[in-house]
Design a binder for this molecule. Sequence first.
Ligand SMILES: NC(=O)c1ccc[n+]([C@@H]2O[C@H](COP(=O)([O-])OP(=O)(O)OC[C@H]3O[C@@H](n4cnc5c(N)ncnc54)[C@H](OP(=O)(O)O)[C@@H]3O)[C@@H](O)[C@H]2O)c1
Length: 241
Amino acid sequence: MGVHLGAHWANIGMDVMLCSRTPPSAQKIVDTLKLGRGYRAYAKAGGEIDVPPPRNPAGAAAYKLSAGSVTDAASADIIVLATMFDNQWAQLEQIKAAIKGKGKIIIDMTNPFLMRPDDGANGIPASEMPPGGPAAVLVHQQKLGDDSVKWACAFKHTLWSLILPDGPAKSFNGVEVLGDDVAVATTMALLERGGWTPRYRGQLQVAPLYEPMGPKAHSMLAAFFTPSGLRRFIGDKLACM
Ligand SMILES: NC(=O)c1ccc[n+]([C@@H]2O[C@H](COP(=O)([O-])OP(=O)(O)OC[C@H]3O[C@@H](n4cnc5c(N)ncnc54)[C@H](OP(=O)(O)O)[C@@H]3O)[C@@H](O)[C@H]2O)c1
């Protein structure tokens, strides 16, 4: 997600830093993207990173795209959480002191309940369950304990392959957004600039309802497998031939 979104945001003129535990590896990605040929690599989670070239490859050389360490993320106005949930707090914790009281916007796209081949999403441990219910953003908010931070969730339901440098792949462009007002407004502006259609769902307290495969989530699958749910999605008429 980080590489696809970084390429996309750089391509729409944002100033983006790809932060990594090994900055030279992020620098290689940055250097490749700036050649305007996209970027392709094996992804540990399964599948690939497969960023195609932008429509205007010549423009890539001017990307405001850089590489940094995990702690360099503290310098950004908007910090995007794009590590697997099980390992995300270990990254965020490293900048906790540096960002304290600075009013950062944090966009959380981590999914604790969507199983991954790399075993990076094992749910929310009972000992860490926030009072507001099972949602990654509430866990991170509680652990960070910084009232100045404005939180948003976005892209949690968006498959990486739909995120292209020039915007969403084809017409699949809706992105669910929820969170604190200022963070939501910023996230929606960012989405609209990139050609996405934000779907506002509410403030932070609704986060457990939109946690993919979470225990409190509106389950699209459950709805799909009941007769009334099925009708909501495809109507009554079926034909088999
Ligand atoms: N994949 C999707 O389609 C999708 C869609 C929506 C939301 N999400 C969410 O977005 C987040 C990232 O998913 P992803 O599929 O983009 O993951 P990914 O390609 O596997 O990338 C995760 C990155 O996290 C870093 N990382 C930090 N600590 C790590 C550790 N202990 N072990 C391994 N890597 C570590 C690695 O970067 P460095 O090695 O450079 O540090 C790695 O490249 C997840 O929370 C996921 O639920 C994914």
